[in-house]
Every structure is written in structure tokens, then in C-alpha cells.
Design a protein around this ligand. Structure first.
Ligand SMILES: [Mg+2]
Length: 259
């Protein structure tokens, strides 16, 4: 009897932790001492680390295989569906849930089921540089939570973030709304208790920055000239407040964004 009640309580707690963006425990402690202005929303892939080296090919392969296995289709069909759903919904998983009734958690684990540790490549002293940046930091990624936490841990910066919003947390009124949804951004800011003008999205993907501007946020574009991620963008678009070549360029500025 006692055991059953305990187990139930533990399950409920786990459920709550999954639904709420992670690491809220640290958040309450940190916000008490760090109340200085901006909330920085950081994207993960190709913003805080470079995926082109090894992670991107691995995710690419993992996603295709996961779609093929989950739907029992061949690799070409899996690739086609992946791309189609990614273009339409911003995340392959959303299309699989919506059109094929796939379990999102199972799929996310299957598609990102690899050890990130040997694959992560980052800038030097990232933890130190992040610590210099005044304001609260939150991670906002369309990737799964277990992957995001593993990458942050490997980068040595997990503790720099007050909370993590991953694809699992991006549900509004029962529908997944990942970046670049302005509604998602407004929801995140409401939950974090910050007005859009005091929030900044730091990202490599322009569409997400455009969505952020629609929600009233300020924007920093992490631009990768000379890589496939930076192709064809010589001009800074009007919805980008600041453009940097790597996240360190932002973190080492004396005044990152003028207030
Ligand atoms: Mg990115």
C-alpha cells in the first residue's frame, strides 16, 4: 500500500519534470541573485556547438533509420518523409505523431540514440565566457531533451542554464509548436516571466530569428560564413539586431546588446 503510494508520487514527479522545462530547481536559486535585465534564449545546434564535424551526419543517419524502422518503410521513403515533415512542421517527429500516430518520446530516443561525447566540438572556454554574460540563460532547442542535456553536459555548460525548453516542451493546446512559432516564444517568455523586449534569441537559423522578432524579441544571428549553414546570406536581414561569426564573439563583447 505504502509502496504503491510512493511509486505513484514518484511517477507523478517524473511526469511533471518531463512536462516542465528542466532544471527549474537551479533556476529559483539563481534568479534570486541574478536579476540583471536580459533573458538570453540560446539555440543549441550550430549556435553553442558546431554540428558539421560529426554530429550532424550522425543525427541525419539516425533520423532516417528511425523513420524507416518506426514506419517500416525503405530508406528512400524514410528520407522523403523526413524532409517533408521537417519542412512542413519544423520537426520530423511532429509529422510522425500527426500522420502516423507515432509515440513522440519513443521516436526521439530512437532517432538520437548515440553517445554525443566523442562527437561534440565546441569553442574554447565556453563555460567561462557564458558566465561573463550578464542575465539569465535559457536553452531553446527543437531537439529532444535527453540529447540537449547530453550536449550541454559535454560542453561543460549545463549549469549555466536556468531552464531547458526542448521539443517535448513545445506543446500548445495539444499541438506541437516548435521554433519559429511566435506563439511558442510568447508562451516561453510568459512562463519565464520576462517581457519580449527584455529577451534575446541567439540562433543560427534565420527563420527562427524572424519568428522571434514577430513575437517582439531581440535577435542575434550566429552566422557561419563559408559553411553550408551560412550560404547565400551576405546581408544582415532587418529582423537581426546583431550578427556574429561565433557565439564567443557575442559573449566577449563589452556590451553584448545595447539596452
Ligand atoms: Mg541551430
Amino acid at each position: 500500500m505504502e509502496d504503491g503510494a510512493l511509486r505513484h508520487r514518484r511517477l507523478m514527479r517524473t511526469e511533471r519534470q518531463l512536462q516542465r522545462p528542466a532544471a527549474r530547481v537551479r533556476r529559483s536559486r539563481r534568479t534570486a541573485t541574478q536579476n540583471d535585465g536580459l533573458l538570453w534564449l540560446f539555440d543549441l545546434d550550430n549556435t553553442l556547438h558546431d554540428t558539421s564535424h560529426a554530429i550532424f551526419p550522425r543525427i541525419d543517419q539516425g533520423m532516417t533509420l528511425a523513420v524507416a524502422e518506426t514506419l517500416d518503410v525503405d530508406i528512400d521513403t524514410a528520407n522523403h518523409l523526413r524532409r517533408k515533415y521537417w519542412m512542413r512542421y519544423g520537426a520530423t517527429m511532429i509529422g510522425l505523431v500527426r500522420h502516423h500516430g507515432v509515440d513522440p518520446h519513443e521516436f526521439l530516443h530512437r532517432s538520437h540514440d548515440f553517445d554525443v561525447n566523442p562527437l561534440v566540438r565546441a569553442e574554447k572556454a565556453l563555460a567561462h565566457k557564458l558566465r561573463r554574460l550578464p542575465g539569465r540563460k535559457v536553452l531553446l532547442t527543437n531537439a529532444p531533451l535527453h540529447y540537449a542535456r547530453a550536449v550541454l553536459r559535454r560542453l561543460g555548460i549545463l549549469r549555466q542554464f536556468d531552464s531547458i525548453w526542448a521539443i517535448e516542451h513545445m506543446r500548445l493546446h495539444g499541438e506541437y509548436r516548435p521554433k519559429p512559432s511566435p506563439a511558442l516564444l510568447r508562451h516561453v517568455l510568459a512562463r519565464e516571466g520576462v517581457s519580449p523586449r527584455n529577451a534575446v534569441l541567439v540562433e543560427d537559423t534565420l527563420a527562427n530569428l524572424r519568428g522571434a522578432r514577430r513575437a517582439g524579441l531581440r535577435t542575434v544571428h550566429v552566422y557561419h560564413p563559408g559553411t553550408p549553414f551560412g550560404r547565400g546570406r551576405a546581408q544582415r536581414p532587418g529582423y537581426v539586431d546583431l550578427r556574429v561569426n561565433c557565439v564567443s564573439d557575442l559573449l566577449l563583447r563589452r556590451r553584448p546588446l545595447r539596452g
